[in-house]
Design a protein around this ligand. Structure first.
Ligand code: AHR
Length: 501
């Protein structure tokens, strides 16, 4: 028996909705086929955007979308993606599969998609192969209301009003595919490029994201912050609103990665242990950020995270298409709990990637669409968005797993209180062999109304185009209300989300 203590009176931070963000790159079938099929497609669409995908993402309450990359961002020249589609430049997507990129999805289409989704916008600029002028003109094109060459060009291309850019990334992975820079060099470039990311609309300022570290590269974080924070005018926090962090889980390492669907228990626990490693990364990068920014004015932006397995057999290796099982659901469950618990520093996180690439919430095949187990987790956690994190603690957690190095806790939770006072409790059982009896105890709350959903199945279970609803959220009613708490059994390999009032 485990005892879960919740102090719903003790609010410890605010969970930005953006913690539940997504990322769509010009990579494989993420944008093309996944989100965008073009106005002339037989697949039902609105202005080229797939109706089924848009509806599913809205239902999941997608809060923000990052675009156009990824590695693609530092090779993307935005002017290739505006104007009449028939005259847009075609290019080879050298990073991803060597296929033709016809630029039919560009700036206007991105904002159209976000408008349909009702989500915030995160545009990633090009530092690696782009100029300051190119970046500055893009911002002018997107956000300037008045008269200017770029605002006029936008109007000429059919968009009178500027759009709202909520977040702007100044480069991506500039330690690697974004230019192989040293941290000091990038830090100086960041200072320079961001100067020209102008805020033309003081009511809707653009939040600027500086390119942060890969995994445990603490040297990068230290050096970039050192460069950006030196000689700052008062109130300028390194000229940035956010610093990114990228971390992917590949159970067998970068070279081999491992199959998305064929794995044994040892690899199950290893994968989950690697997912939980996110917590150490946040804490250690966060400790460096604390030295420069003790007020936590700069958000940690985990704008690429998720599982990265070997591609599905027979698919283009450059397309990064993988299936998604209950293992991915558990990775999502614990990762989102970790982001919630660090919401004082983590202000946005974007799972990679939205459709058909890596740990997707949606897979498509022609007109067919399936919602992955990861989708259901995001939907089950949606009430955490914009809620306040509260104190929680589990007594009686056991370490499980076959290898000591990759031992994980059997239970993992986070709890928040929404504006209407309802408590959202998300709890995972990471064990593949043991159901666990749980008693949840609130500080004062006497549950009067409880609704709950469960995602549970065999560890290999996934949704396919032949059997799209094999894994899905089911109502969970097997709980007992006990004065100031709840009693229930959480089955092996499952995630439960409670909403309690
Ligand atoms: O998400 C796939 C790739 O992973 C991104 O393009 C890049 O930023 C990262 O290395």
């Amino acid at each position: 028996m485990a005892k879960l203590y919740v102090n719903e009176k003790k609010k410890t931070g605010h969970i930005n909705p953006e913690l539940y963000g997504h990322f769509a790159e010009h990579l494989g079938r993420c944008i093309y086929e996944g989100g965008y099929v073009g106005e002339n497609s037989e697949i039902p669409n609105t202005n080229g955007m797939r109706n089924d995908v848009v509806a599913a993402l809205k239902e999941m309450e997608i809060p923000v979308l990052r675009w156009p990359g990824g590695c693609f961002a530092d090779e993307y020249h935005w002017k290739d993606g505006i104007g009449p589609k028939e005259s847009r430049k075609k290019m080879i997507n050298t990073h991803w599969g060597g296929v033709v990129e016809d630029n039919s999805f560009g700036t206007h289409e991105f904002f159209e998609l976000c408008e349909q989704l009702g989500c915030k916008t995160y545009v990633n600029g090009n530092v690696g192969s782009g100029t300051v002028q190119e970046m500055s003109e893009w911002v002018e094109y997107m956000t300037l209301e008045g008269i200017s060459p770029m605002a006029d060009l936008r109007k000429q291309n059919g968009r009178e009003k500027p759009w709202k850019v909520d977040y702007f990334g100044v480069g991506n992975e500039n330690w690697g595919c974004g230019g192989n820079m040293t941290p000091e060099y990038y830090g100086n470039l960041y200072r320079r490029y961001q100067t020209y990311v102008r805020n033309y609309n003081s009511d809707a300022p653009i939040r600027k994201i500086c390119g942060g570290a890969n995994v445990a590269d603490y040297f990068w974080t230290e050096e970039v912050l050192n460069t950006c924070f030196s000689h700052n005018p008062p109130g300028f926090h390194g000229f940035m609103d956010g610093l990114s962090l990228h971390y992917y889980v590949h159970p067998e390492g970068w070279e081999t990665k491992g199959s998305a669907t064929e794995f044994d228990e040892k690899v199950w626990y290893k994968t989950l242990a690697k997912a939980i490693y996110m917590e150490e990364l946040i804490e250690r990068h966060g400790a460096i950020m604390d030295q420069y920014d003790p007020e936590k004015a700069v958000g940690m932006i985990v704008d690429e995270w998720g599982t990265w397995f070997s591609v599905e057999p027979g698919t283009n290796p450059g397309f990064l298409y993988q299936q998604n099982t209950m293992r991915d659901a558990l990775v999502a469950g614990v990762s989102l709990n970790i982001f919630n618990k660090h919401c004082d520093r983590v202000k946005m996180a974007n799972i990679a990637q939205m459709v058909n690439v890596l740990q997707s919430v949606i897979l498509t095949e022609g007109p067919k669409m399936v919602l992955t187990p990861t989708y259901h987790v995001f939907r089950m956690y949606r009430n955490h968005q914009d809620a306040d994190l509260v104190e929680s603690f589990i007594e009686g957690v056991k370490k499980i797993g076959e290898e000591e190095e990759y031992a994980v806790p059997n239970l993992h939770e986070s709890v928040s209180v929404a504006k209407d006072g309802s408590v959202t409790l998300t709890l995972s059982n990471l064990s593949v062999s043991e159901d666990i009896e749980v008693e949840a105890a609130f500080a004062e709350l006497e549950p009067a109304s409880v609704t709950a959903g469960i995602l549970t199945n065999d560890m290999h279970a996934c949704n396919t185009f032949e059997n799209p609803e094999h894994v899905k959220e089911e109502p969970f009613t097997a709980y007992e209300i006990t004065g100031k708490g709840l009693k229930f059994i959480i089955p092996t390999c499952s995630i439960i989300s409670f909403s309690v009032k």
